[in-house]
Write a protein that binds this ligand. Sequence first.
Ligand code: RAM
Length: 364
Amino acid sequence: MSVRTAPAHRVVAAVAVAGLVALGAAACGGTTKNSTDNAGSGGGPKPSASANPGAPTKKGLTVAYLPKQVNNPYFTISDTGGKKAVEALGEKYKEVGTSSGTDTAGQVSYVNTLTQQRVNAIAVSAQDPGAMCTALNQARRGGVKVVTYDSDTNAGCRDVFVSQASSEDLGRTEVQLMAQQIGGKGQIAILSAAQTATNQNTWIGFMKDELKKPQYKDIQLVKVAYGNDDAQTSFQQTQGLLQQYPNLKGIISPTTVGIKAAAQYLSGSKYKGKVQLTGLGTPNDMRAYVTNGTVKAFELWDPAKLGALAGYTAVALASGQISGAPGQTYTAGDLGTFTIGADSVVVLGKPTVFDKSNIGQFDF
Ligand code: RAM
């Protein structure tokens, strides 16, 4: 396990996002089928309806970020966004985490250490929905506020989940992008992150549901492979998919590490431009592959804004301005006003689809 402080990141242009309410379990961002079934499970404290929206923002709080993986550029961007937001409020920021996206025991041990250190809030992206539950609820009973961001734990084990977008929209739009790119026909595969990842599994659930619609009757999902958010594993898994399925027409990779590795493999192979690739990637990682014709279009939210929203939410919880109960509203600096939705989920906004017409406008 390693500890690091994220490097400084450029200032991100402020965009006001109107308060978005997650409208229901199926539609709301990041609520997994699993966590919907277990909503409120995990034995943790339930959010009390009472909060004081007018309470002053406490100063000098420590907000600790525990990403899925510290050496993943996506989390460097998100947590740097978090650092800026937290420090601008007069709080202390720290980041700890494992260097592997599949070290669930490592994540648990970081939660225990942060609890002992009596941090005021933890913002965590979960590698697994259930693994951290006991540790997180112990932290919460000791007064630590817990925000999940990017990838949720079970709903009963955190105060608020800050979701990047509607999970349903993300899952369905990735299938829509793929279908356009392959002309609605042929075999496709998914290259995911860790097999236990809450966020990827939720999106894949919605992809499978989207694929049931009659307009996709000529598309067959032949395999879900796991690259564990490791570049080399993801590269090898891509190679393996093409060996196993020589007629493969497309790959959806809902992970920034996976899509980059798959693009790298495809662009150096005979499949370049023939096997389509979409999913979730950063514009900076994908620019070269869009330019050289390997990738047509993919999508993502701004990770820095996600990290910032997690920080604002953690501070609002630790200041008593919100308790996490649905319907509560709070201000997240220049991101605007947000309302807590069903299952205590807050949604950042809509993702952006990047292609050669607009990718030049983005720098993250
Ligand atoms: C990877 C991680 C992260 C996910 C992005 C899209 O960096 O798996 O959890 O949200 O991809």
